[in-house]
Design a protein around this ligand. Structure first.
Ligand SMILES: Cc1cc2nc3c(=O)[nH]c(=O)nc-3n(C[C@H](O)[C@H](O)[C@H](O)COP(=O)(O)OP(=O)(O)OC[C@H]3O[C@@H](n4cnc5c(N)ncnc54)[C@H](O)[C@@H]3O)c2cc1C
Length: 494
C-alpha cells in the first residue's frame, strides 16, 4: 500500500478530468494534484468506445476546450482524433505525469476531524489497494457505468445462431464484411453505426422501437473553409466558429422548446429532402416534441445516403423474439441477421461506482442538491464535473472546472480550508440535476442516482451556457449558500 497526500485528487482522465487538471495548472500554480484513472490510457469515452465510425455528435468548436482550440474545419470528429486531442492537451499542460493509470477508486471518505478525503483505489493489474489522501476531491468520472451498458434481455436470444455485441464492448476481431447486420436502437450510436457498417456489410437494418429526430450537418464547416481560403488566421476562424456555434446550438434548442410545432415541421422537412422516395417517413416521424430527447445529427447526411442507396434500411417496431436466424418483431416481420448490435444505451452512474462517505456515513447522491452544478450540499470540499446534455458537454465542464479553480484561489487568499454548500429545505426540488426536460431512456433510468437540483439559483440547473457563464465565470465566489471554515475560524460569508 502506498499513501500520498495532495491538495487536489481528480478522479478520471477523460475530457473533464484532463480539463480540470489543466484549469488547475493554469489558475492555481503550486497546487499539488494527482489524477486517478482506472484505464491504462487517457480519453475516457473516446478510449472506451471503439465501434466502427465512433464520432462526436457535437461540433468540435464547442466540444473542444475553450483554452485549447480544436484545429480543423471538420464539423464532427472521429473518436481516435478526439482522444488524441485530449492526450495532447494533457501533454501540453504537463498533466500526463500526474496521472496514476490503472487505479479504480472504490471508496472516498471525508473526515471532518482530519479535514481530508481518503480515497481507496484498486490497482486493476494486481488487485492491491492504494490509499491516497487529499484536501479536495474532484469527481470527473463521467456519468455512466464503464463495466456494463444498458442491455435489455430479449426473448429467444439463446437460440440465435449469430453474434450479439454491445457498442460499449466492441470485439476487436468482429468481421462484419458480407454479413447481415441489425442495429437495435435509434440514438446517436445507432445512426453512426448504420452508415459506418453499411460500406462492407451485406445489408444493415436499423431496428428502432420508435423514431427520433435526425438532423444533417455539413461535413466541413463551410464558413471556416471560406475564411481560411481567404487567408484569415486560425485564431479568429476558431473564435468566430465557436461563438457562432454556441449561439446556433442555443438558438436551435430554445426554438425547439418555444415553438415545437414549427421546429418539428422544419426538422421533418430536412429529413424528407434527404431520404428521397424510397424511405417511408414514418421511420423518421417521432411522437415526441423536438429536444424532448437528444437530437441526433449526421454529417453530410451519411445515414440518409446509405438508405437511399438501399445498402441499409429502417424497421420500426418491438422485438418479439430472437430466432435462430435473426429477429422477429411483434408485427410478424422477420429480419434476418448474422450480427445484432444492441445500441440500447448506457447505465447512468455517479462517481464511477466509488462509494462516497462523510464521517463514516454513506452518501446517497440522490439525496443531495447541486450548488451551481458543481458542489453537492452538505459534502465538504467535493466538486463534481458534469457537462451539458442539451449542448456540448465540454462547454459546462470547462465552466465548472474554471469556477472550482477560482474557488480554490479564493480560499487560498482568505486562508480557509473547507467549503460546504448549505441548502435549506426551500432550496431543494425533486428534479434531477440532469433535468426533467429530456425524456431520453438513460436520463429516466439515471434518475435513481443523479443528485437533485433546486428551484432557483444557485441550485437550479439552467442548461444555458450564457446564463452559466455569467453565474460561474463572473459572479463573486462569496455567497450566503457557501460555508467556509478552516484556518481563520469558521465563517459564513455575508
Ligand atoms: C459514444 C458516446 C458519444 C458521445 N458523444 C458526445 C458528443 O458528441 N457531445 C457531447 O457533448 N457529449 C457526448 N458524449 C457524452 C460524453 O461522455 C462526454 O461528452 C465526455 O466525453 C465526458 O467526458 P468525462 O471526462 O466527463 O467522462 P468520461 O469520458 O466518461 O471519462 C471518465 C473517466 O473516468 C474514469 N473512471 C470512471 N470511474 C472511475 C473510477 N472509479 N476510478 C478511476 N477512474 C474512473 C474512466 O475510465 C474515464 O477515463 C458521448 C458519450 C458517448 C458514450
Amino acid at each position: 500500500m502506498t499513501q500520498r497526500h495532495v491538495d487536489v485528487l481528480i478522479l478520471g482522465a477523460g475530457l473533464s478530468g484532463i480539463g480540470a487538471a489543466c484549469h488547475l495548472t493554469r489558475q492555481n500554480p503550486g497546487t499539488s494534484y494527482t489524477v486517478l484513472e482506472r484505464r491504462s490510457r487517457i480519453g475516457g469515452t473516446w478510449d472506451l468506445f471503439r465501434y466502427p465510425g465512433v464520432r462526436s455528435d457535437s461540433d468540435m468548436y464547442t466540444f473542444g476546450y475553450r483554452f485549447r482550440p480544436w484545429r480543423g474545419t471538420k464539423t464532427l470528429a472521429d473518436g481516435p482524433s478526439i482522444r488524441r486531442y485530449v492526450r495532447e492537451t494533457a501533454e501540453e499542460y504537463g498533466v500526463t505525469g500526474h496521472i496514476r493509470f490503472g487505479r479504480r477508486a472504490v471508496r472516498a471518505s471525508w473526515s471532518s476531524e482530519a479535514g481530508v478525503w481518503t480515497v481507496e483505489a484498486v490497482d486493476e493489474a494486481t488487485g492491491e489497494t492504494e490509499i491516497r489522501t487529499a484536501d479536495f476531491l474532484v469527481n470527473a468520472t463521467g456519468y455512466y457505468d464503464y463495466d456494463r451498458g444498458h442491455r435489455p434481455e430479449f426473448p429467444g436470444e439463446e437460440r440465435f445462431g449469430g453474434t450479439v455485441v454491445h457498442p460499449q464492448h466492441w470485439p476487436e476481431d468482429l468481421d462484419h464484411r458480407g454479413k447481415r447486420v441489425v442495429v437495435i436502437g435509434s440514438g446517436a450510436t445507432a445512426v453512426t453505426l448504420v452508415p459506418a457498417m453499411a460500406g462492407e456489410a451485406a445489408h444493415v437494418t436499423m431496428l428502432q422501437r420508435s423514431p427520433g429526430y435526425v438532423m444533417t450537418l455539413p461535413e466541413h464547416d463551410p464558413v471556416s473553409v471560406l475564411l481560411r481560403k481567404a487567408g484569415v488566421p486560425e485564431g479568429p476562424v476558431h473564435r468566430f466558429g465557436r461563438t457562432r456555434n454556441i449561439a446556433l446550438q442555443r438558438g436551435l434548442y430554445a426554438a425547439c422548446r418555444a415553438a415545437p410545432g414549427v421546429m418539428r415541421k422544419v426538422l421533418l422537412a430536412g429529413v424528407r429532402a434527404q431520404v428521397g422516395r424510397k424511405v417511408d417517413m414514418r421511420h423518421f416521424t417521432p411522437s415526441y416534441k423536438p429536444w424532448d430527447q437528444r437530437l441526433c445529427v449526421v454529417p453530410g447526411g451519411d445515414l440518409f445516403k446509405v438508405l437511399r442507396e438501399g445498402r441499409a434500411s429502417v424497421a420500426t417496431g418491438a422485438v418479439e423474439t430472437f430466432t435462430e436466424t435473426g429477429v422477429r418483431l411483434t408485427s410478424g416481420e422477420e429480419i434476418p441477421a448474422d450480427v445484432v448490435v444492441t445500441a440500447t444505451g448506457l447505465r447512468v452512474q455517479i462517481a464511477g461506482g466509488a462509494e462516497l462517505e462523510v464521517d463514516g456515513r454513506k452518501v446517497t447522491t440522490r439525496d443531495h442538491v447541486v450548488y451551481r452544478g458543481v458542489l453537492l450540499d452538505g459534502i465538504p470540499n467535493l466538486a463534481i464535473i458534469l457537462g451539458y446534455t442539451n449542448a456540448s458537454w465540454t462547454l459546462k465542464a470547462d465552466l465548472a472546472a474554471d469556477w472550482f479553480s477560482r474557488l480554490l484561489a479564493y480560499m487560498r487568499s482568505t486562508g480557509h480550508t473547507r467549503v460546504t454548500a448549505v441548502a435549506t429545505a426551500q432550496d431543494r426540488a425533486a428534479e434531477s440535476a440532469m433535468g426533467d426536460s429530456l425524456t431520453s431512456g438513460y436520463i429516466r433510468r439515471g434518475d435513481a442516482v443523479m443528485p437533485r437540483q433546486g428551484t432557483r439559483a444557485p441550485w437550479k440547473i439552467f442548461n444555458n451556457y450564457y446564463r452559466d457563464r455569467r453565474a460561474l465565470e463572473r459572479s463573486p465566489i462569496e455567497d450566503p449558500a457557501l460555508r467556509f471554515d478552516g484556518a481563520s475560524a469558521p465563517r459564513t460569508t455575508p
